[in-house]
Design a protein around this ligand. Structure first.
Ligand code: PEP
Ligand code: MN
Length: 295
């Protein structure tokens, strides 16, 4: 007998797909993640200035994004790098939402900041470096905002599901999983994009899954290809870094797309997204996966 996902991931029962468990659809403003539409979340790595953020927000919205990303609190490799604008950044994000209608996803790095970030953001991002920070995840979950849970740099799929289970245990069913690349022996790229994890998460879990081709590659030339792979693997959306002047970005410029590059990627992705949306609208779990696998 083949081992089922229920057996493989037995310690996280509430994140698993089953015949009795419908897929989670996460409501955000007037739309949803994990419903019938592929959702693009785009914006700069960090909120830098008003003109940087607002010009990006207007641009990505015109190109089809529904959610604006941008860090106001930044986890950085060096303590001397730009750490984010904090509250001022959150206020700029709120202004961008007001002007464009885009929802806001932004990272919360500390338990103490949860109430403040939750006041401004529509989705709280838990970054890779904090995927195993249980007290932060619990506090963020209890805020009631949907969570975007990024896979840790060295986290297995089971580890990611355990973090999601914790959020659900804290009373928050609105969890979005994100594959953003993991550390492997391969050092040619920033991370190794684990496309199989997207397919696996969609097969095993009822939670929406998104791809982050920016952090997965660390290289803007490869972002469109990785985005296409994410769509083809079954992602419900993507998180992409876009900047008006990537070469002068205050963080992650190497992997940020210019406006023109973002437009070109969105145009090239359109037929792939259309195929994926057809699948999202017409195939339920029982059709997509054999019954023995959905329990
Ligand atoms: C980010 O989204 O800018 C970020 C810091 O991502 P990660 O936590 O995946 O490194
Ligand atoms: Mn970044």
């Amino acid at each position: 007998m083949r081992e089922s996902w229920q057996q493989r991931f037995a310690d996280t029962p509430d994140v698993l797909l089953s015949a009795r468990r419908q897929r989670t659809v996460v409501p955000v403003l007037d739309f949803a993640v994990g419903g019938g539409s592929f959702i693009t979340m785009a914006g700069p790595c960090s909120v830098e200035t008003e003109s940087q953020l607002l010009s990006t927000a207007h641009h990505v919205r015109r190109a089809g994004a529904r959610i604006l990303r941008g860090g106001a609190f930044k986890p950085r490799s060096s303590p001397y790098s730009f750490q984010g604008l904090g509250l001022e950044g959150l206020k700029l994000l709120a202004r961008a939402r007001q002007q464009t209608g885009l929802a806001i996803v932004t990272e919360v790095m500390s338990e103490c900041d949860v109430p403040m970030v939750a006041e401004y953001a529509d989705i709280l991002q838990i970054g890779s470096r904090n995927m195993e920070n249980d007290s932060l995840i619990a506090a963020a979950a209890r805020s009631g905002r949907p969570l975007l849970l990024k896979r840790g740099l060295v986290a297995t799929v089971a580890d990611l599901l355990r973090a999601a289970q914790l959020a659900i245990d804290c009373g928050n069913p609105n969890v979005i999983l994100c594959e953003r690349g993991i550390r492997t022996f391969e050092t040619a790229l920033r991370n190794t994009f684990d496309a199989a994890a997207i397919a696996l998460l969609k097969a095993a879990s009822h939670l929406p899954v998104i791809a982050d081709p920016s952090h997965a590659s660390g290289n803007r030339d490869l972002v469109p290809a990785l985005a296409r792979i994410g769509v083809a693997a079954g992602a419900d959306g993507m998180l992409v870094e876009v900047h008006p002047d990537p070469d002068h970005a205050w963080s992650d410029g190497e992997q940020s797309l210019s406006f023109a590059e973002f437009d070109a990627m969105m145009a090239a992705l359109a037929p792939w997204i259309e195929l994926r949306e057809t699948e999202m609208q017409f195939c339920d779990a029982a059709e997509l996966y054999p019954l023995e696998m959905v329990g």
